[in-house]
Design a protein around this ligand. Structure first.
Ligand SMILES: [Mg+2]
Length: 159
């Protein structure tokens, strides 16, 4: 029998956002929002969610699925500050942001949500994360520099 899809999990760096061509832990806080709605760090790096992210999150809400973040960033505090500033901090049901193997992030997600691995779908841009998490039985989609509508839909279809 096919498993139900209950939880959709996203990596941050180069999956949901691009921090001026770097990982968020390589940026230069404090972060700020400009008058015209752009997000910059102290070195004026342009920090942005990929354009289709709001639509993808809205679609997941409509599906009645839960969402989570799983990030291995070395600076969880900076990642949270930027999520807060961008207004995305409350858009996810679960948040696992700390440096470790993503196997640890998914063990926490399973524990906190009560959702089994085979009901999770994971998007990430790094092959090693895809490999490790895939071995748990989570369905994983490798993203090529930023999620978009098409990659998301293909992931759903494949699940
Ligand atoms: Mg990444």
């Amino acid at each position: 029998m096919k498993s139900a899809l209950s939880l959709i999990v996203f990596d941050l760096d180069f999956t949901l956002w691009d921090c001026g061509g770097m990982w968020v832990d390589c940026t230069d806080p404090p972060f700020r929002k400009t008058g015209d709605g752009k997000f910059l760090d102290r070195s004026n790096r342009f920090l942005k969610m990929y354009p289709d992210v709001p639509e993808i999150l809205a679609e997941i809400k409509e599906m009645g699925c839960q969402t989570a973040l799983a990030s291995r960033t070395e600076r969880p505090d900076w990642a949270r500050q930027l999520l807060d500033l961008m207004g995305y901090r409350n858009c996810f049901d679960f948040e696992e942001i700390f440096p470790s193997s993503k196997v640890a992030h998914f063990a926490n997600l399973k524990e906190k949500s009560g959702i089994p691995y085979d009901e999770m779908l994971f998007f990430d841009d790094e092959a090693r994360n895809i490999l490790e998490v895939g071995n748990l039985g989570v369905k994983c989609v490798e993203i090529n520099r930023g999620i978009d509508r098409e990659a998301f839909r293909n992931g759903l279809k494949w699940f």
